[in-house]
Design a protein. Structure first.
Length: 86
């Protein structure tokens, strides 16, 4: 298991929490039974989690690099998770 820790500036975190408080009626309609349990657990702890397939993670900048990296990983027997950087 790989655990990544990202530092979020306090001003951004406060803004995100203010959005949830201002839009409580919308966030109150959230149906947790329709979501991935890992994402629900993360949200309850004020974290973001996105489950992805694959066993190798790649952060790429550009379609050509993404395609060639994915081809090499698949050729060597891996399964890539591509995360484009924009």
């Amino acid at each position: 298991m790989v655990i990544s820790l990202f530092v979020i500036p306090k001003s951004i975190l406060i803004r995100m929490l203010n959005i949830v408080n201002r839009q409580a009626s919308i966030f109150g309609k959230r149906d947790y039974t329709q979501e991935d349990q890992r994402e629900v657990d993360a949200a309850q702890n004020h974290l973001n989690y996105i489950g992805l397939d694959g066993n190798i993670g790649c952060m790429v900048n550009g379609a050509g690099l993404a395609m060639s990296t994915n081809d090499i990983i698949q050729h060597m027997g891996g399964s890539a998770v591509l995360q484009p950087i924009s």
